[in-house]
Write a protein that binds this ligand. Structure first.
Ligand code: PMP
Length: 287
């Protein structure tokens, strides 16, 4: 990677210190915008089509017109990886509503901003992939799907940040969030999976979660390995009695969870299905 990252804004590249947008941008003023997080493995953006599709669906859901079409977005992302000469890392495409007045009305924002940042990847500490991590259920519930639908990957991440703060206060790097019905939803930035009697279980999309691309990839890998997968409503009881638990996310990949709310899950170490799926995932990203 070149010493100073080159950041894409609306078709032009800027050195990191010069990459700036207006303080009137509603992305800043109201969290009005959408984003994605994509991994670069060996110079290639992993599941790029899926991420770009989700970005455009998030935008459509908030009635934000992305100023470039999907194929142009794919090209802009690939060009930004190339110009930064990045082999392994992380890409953050962002589309903001653009600069407007101090009122909410998005019609006053004539110029949505397309930003693409390519940077290094921050993962959980390596030893947690061997020992398993500890999570805590937090009091802040996931946004009600009829308020701000968690399916929208919007710039308004305060719900997740509040959960993250509570997790950190409980001494955990990730926080388990319930939904408005008291069921397991997802973590602040990762989806959750349980294993019980050899069956892989994860909350359905209508539990009010982000439809994680890693989640979908892992479901596909499990099915291929003839592991039964159930997308089913789950409670904390299911976590406490699970044989195995793991989280999925673009940055985290697959990380084992061995403790929740100070209780040991299963045998207290990463289980065989978690390890099998981690191996299959690593093979897939290397391909
Ligand atoms: N849930 C939330 C709230 C997220 O922000 C993310 C992405 N960090 C995920 C789940 C995992 O999604 P993906 O696998 O697409 O990265």
């Amino acid at each position: 990677m070149s010493a100073t990252p080159k950041i894409y804004i609306n078709g032009k590249y800027y050195d990191k210190p010069d990459a700036k947008i207006s303080v009137y941008d509603h992305g800043l003023l109201y969290g009005d915008g959408v984003f994605e997080g994509i991994r670069i493995y060996n110079g290639t953006a992993f599941k790029l089509k899926e991420h770009v599709e989700r970005l455009f669906e998030s935008a459509r859901s908030i009635k934000l017109e992305v100023p470039i079409a999907q194929p142009e977005m794919v090209k802009a992302i690939n060009d930004t990886i190339a110009i930064n000469n990045k082999r392994d890392g992380y890409i953050r495409p962002v589309v903001t509503r653009g600069a407007g007045s101090l009122g909410l009305d998005p019609r006053k924002c004539a110029d949505p901003q397309v930003i693409i940042i390519v940077d290094d990847i921050t993962m959980y500490p390596a030893e947690l992939y061997e020992t398993g991590m500890e999570i805590a259920t937090v009091a802040t519930i996931r946004n009600h799907p009829n308020a701000t639908n968690p399916r929208i990957k919007s710039l308004n991440y305060l719900n997740n940040i509040l959960a993250k703060i509570e997790g950190i206060q409980a001494g955990c790097l990730e926080s388990l969030m319930l939904n408005h019905k008291g069921e397991i939803a997802e973590c602040s930035g990762d989806n959750i999976f349980l294993v019980k009697h050899g069956v892989l279980r994860t909350p359905p999309i209508d539990a009010g979660i982000l439809e994680g691309i890693t989640r979908n990839t892992v479901i596909g890998l499990a099915k291929k390995a003839e592991i039964t997968v159930e997308e089913i409503a789950l409670t904390r009881h299911d976590v406490f009695v699970a044989d195995e638990c793991f989280l999925t996310g673009t940055a985290a990949e697959i990380i084992p969870v061995t403790k929740c709310d100070a209780r040991t899950i299963g045998a207290g170490k990463p289980g065989p299905i978690t390890r099998q799926l981690r191996e299959a995932y690593h093979q897939l990203v290397r391909e």
